[in-house]
Design a protein around this ligand. Sequence first.
Ligand SMILES: NC(=O)c1ccc[n+]([C@@H]2O[C@H](COP(=O)([O-])OP(=O)(O)OC[C@H]3O[C@@H](n4cnc5c(N)ncnc54)[C@H](OP(=O)(O)O)[C@@H]3O)[C@@H](O)[C@H]2O)c1
Length: 239
Amino acid sequence: MHLILAARRTEQMNALAQDLLTKHGTNCHIVTIDLAAPDAGRLLMDEIDRLGVNVELLVNNAGIGLIGAIENATPEEVQRMLNLNILTLTDLTYRILPGMLERGHGAIINVSSVAAFQPVAFMGAYSASKSYVLHFSEALWAEARSRGVTVLGLCPGVTTTEFFERAGAPGWLDKHSSQTTFKVVKTALSALEKRRQYVIPGWKNYFLSLLVRLTTRRTAVNESKRYFRSGKRNNKTSE
Ligand SMILES: NC(=O)c1ccc[n+]([C@@H]2O[C@H](COP(=O)([O-])OP(=O)(O)OC[C@H]3O[C@@H](n4cnc5c(N)ncnc54)[C@H](OP(=O)(O)O)[C@@H]3O)[C@@H](O)[C@H]2O)c1
């Protein structure tokens, strides 16, 4: 077994596992799990322990967004998002990183976002959750690097996935330029090899991350309003 895939949709994971086996001879173990559930990190770790394997590379990728005015999301939806984006990611890191440090090798990729660099209107809780992921990852990078372990904060910009459909902004992706997941993964693996603390795939996204340093925080957050003002979840807001 080379890979453990963990998400909710078993069918998609089976298809991916089959593809990886055919193309690369990679064996996958599939865990169907809701990573937004409060005890998800422990349950996943129990499964990994049952398999009797050491995790050499942990990719904390599962994450969701909520796009729209604050009154258009329920507190329960926000809580699930924060459970997934922050709590389970932290929990898994705390459960897996110590073993890597003990063995003196291993790596973690935590998927943050270019939205981590500044507050973003109409996705305030999401962008703040990604700031958490970036800061947490960078701090661990500094702690772990002298002990043979790398922690990378991956900060993609707009990427062609189901993210915007699911976050409440259907069709948004069609109107904006985006990167492929291939490009994002390639950049991440190259940054991991160089043992960088964080990486932003694409120079335009890198420039976007600097915006908050080139202008005032007030201007940066006001400018961010235009990205998602007309999202599906904003029906009740005019401005
Ligand atoms: N797309 C972008 O523009 C963009 C930009 C910056 C950062 N990101 C980040 O990239 C990461 C991946 O998102 P994506 O763009 O690939 O979006 P996506 O296409 O919606 O994929 C999200 C992934 O997370 C899994 N997931 C969602 N909720 C889950 C849950 N409760 N339990 C277990 N797994 C769950 C999904 O699998 P199941 O639904 O089967 O569970 C799916 O594999 C996220 O952390 C996101 O914040 C995305």
